[in-house]
Design a protein around this ligand. Structure first.
Ligand code: ATP
Ligand code: ZN
Length: 223
């Protein structure tokens, strides 16, 4: 692959992480010229550009070297680390960013008197996170069926396609609306800066280090 001399950051095109991610980068002194197709934003001051994509694609873009960094939920990054093929470069969480907080939880029907993981034995659990759920089930020695759903996971119990769900929870409002309640927390999540395990040793690497320093300053001021 042709080497790039500008740093490229992948972030969510439109969703919960878009505004706070842009705000954070602005506070780091980066400014961007919005391109018309809005996939690529050229950085005006520093040699740092943005790629605006679906959050699910961010870890893959970094692992393939298309982007150097990404701003993505820990939930998406961890799921990628558990399920990506070994041929892809391993990734690391460079910094927690303090926004987009939520948790990945198992929720069960409200009427179930839940008292521990063994109660999930033999049940079907719907999720978009088969890697993280599978790991939790193995750790707790529970044999359960994993029903993979790309979206609207919370309605699976009502439809009869699953007995429980494993999904992101923020306030818990969606669970209540679907007569479910949180039973187990698998992962505490927030947006993170994701990058390769080993940083490039060139101009991009220098820019990356500078960006990390500025980021640390901005995060410290916030705390
Ligand atoms: P995309 O079109 O980019 O695939 P999406 O629908 O997967 O969008 P969003 O709903 O915008 O993504 O969520 C992005 C991230 O925000 C999640 O991966 C998670 O880290 C975080 N998040 C915080 N709270 C919640 C919540 N209540 N539900 C879902 N995600 C949340
Ligand atoms: Zn997504």
């Amino acid at each position: 692959m042709k080497t790039r001399d500008r740093l490229r950051i992948a972030m969510q095109k439109s969703g919960r992480l878009t505004e706070p991610a842009l705000e954070l980068l602005t506070r780091c002194g980066l400014t961007f010229r919005q391109s018309r197709d809005k996939l690529f934003c050229f950085g005006e001051g520093e040699p740092v550009d943005l790629l605006l994509v679906r959050d699910d694609d961010i870890p893959g873009l970094i692992a393939q070297g298309v982007c150097d960094l990404g701003i993505v939920g820990r939930n998406v990054l961890s799921e990628f680390q558990l399920t990506a093929g070994r041929e892809l470069a391993p990734l690391s969480e460079l910094r927690p960013l303090g926004f987009g907080r939520c948790r990945l939880s198992i929720a069960v029907p409200q009427e179930l008197d839940y008292h521990g993981p063994q109660q999930l034995e033999g049940r079907r659990i719907a999720t978009s996170y088969p890697g993280l759920l599978g790991e939790w089930l193995r750790t707790h020695a529970v044999n359960a069926g994993v029903v993979m759903l790309a979206g609207s996971v919370e309605i699976a119990p009502k439809l009869g396609t699953a007995d429980a769900i494993c999904d992101l929870v923020q306030s818990g409002g969606t669970l209540v609306a679907n007569q479910l309640r949180e039973a187990e927390v698998l992962l505490e999540s927030e947006a993170v800066l994701a990058g390769p395990l080993t940083l490039p040793v060139d101009e991009r690497g220098d820019m990356l280090e500078l960006l990390l320093k500025r980021l640390d300053g901005v995060i410290q001021v916030r705390e």
